[in-house]
Design a protein around this ligand. Sequence first.
Ligand SMILES: Cc1cc2nc3c(=O)[nH]c(=O)nc-3n(C[C@H](O)[C@H](O)[C@H](O)COP(=O)(O)OP(=O)(O)OC[C@H]3O[C@@H](n4cnc5c(N)ncnc54)[C@H](O)[C@@H]3O)c2cc1C
Length: 156
Amino acid sequence: GERVSNLDELTFGLCGEYVVKTEQGNEFPAQLVFRTTAVDDKGRLKVDDHLRVEGQEDIYAIGDICGTEDPNLAYVAREQANLVYANLAAATASDQTTKPWAQNALPMKIALAVGSQRAIGLTASGDLAPEPHIIGFKSRDLMSGMIWESMGLKSP
Ligand SMILES: Cc1cc2nc3c(=O)[nH]c(=O)nc-3n(C[C@H](O)[C@H](O)[C@H](O)COP(=O)(O)OP(=O)(O)OC[C@H]3O[C@@H](n4cnc5c(N)ncnc54)[C@H](O)[C@@H]3O)c2cc1C
């Protein structure tokens, strides 16, 4: 990487006409510049306990880009999305009670559908998960029904 030499000439997160200059003498024209100092050693965005990106007021990170201790799973991303949505709604409501994200608290580690009638999975503690439970939420329709439902629609 090359160290940026003109940070004080740039406005972050606002469209404009910028030239990013480096100490090596290179210049990069840009219309939008973000600071990425809030990135952890795995390249993910550092977040606070409400998944708000470090140093930002109104930007949240969910899913694989979010720097919590959770495994990179679609189901983690969905639960994080639900939490941020609920917190944004609560913040604009009268009681304003928001909830923090509980890291690594989700019960399942792996849920694998084996056809529509069988399944295998591991719980977060490493035990075998009950098969009927996984068939119920995954094997039956690979969770497509849940997605339709989340959009207020009926699965075809
Ligand atoms: C082979 C495999 C199997 C998996 N199986 C499971 C499973 O059984 N269960 C489970 O829960 N999870 C599973 N996962 C993990 C799951 O897919 C991810 O955790 C989940 O997709 C993360 O969602 P996300 O929205 O954070 O990121 P993504 O789903 O990666 O979405 C990010 C999107 O951003 C787009 N994008 C990237 N850069 C840019 C850009 N500059 N401009 C515009 N768009 C951009 C990408 O194209 C992508 O569509 C699996 C992953 C893999 C690879």
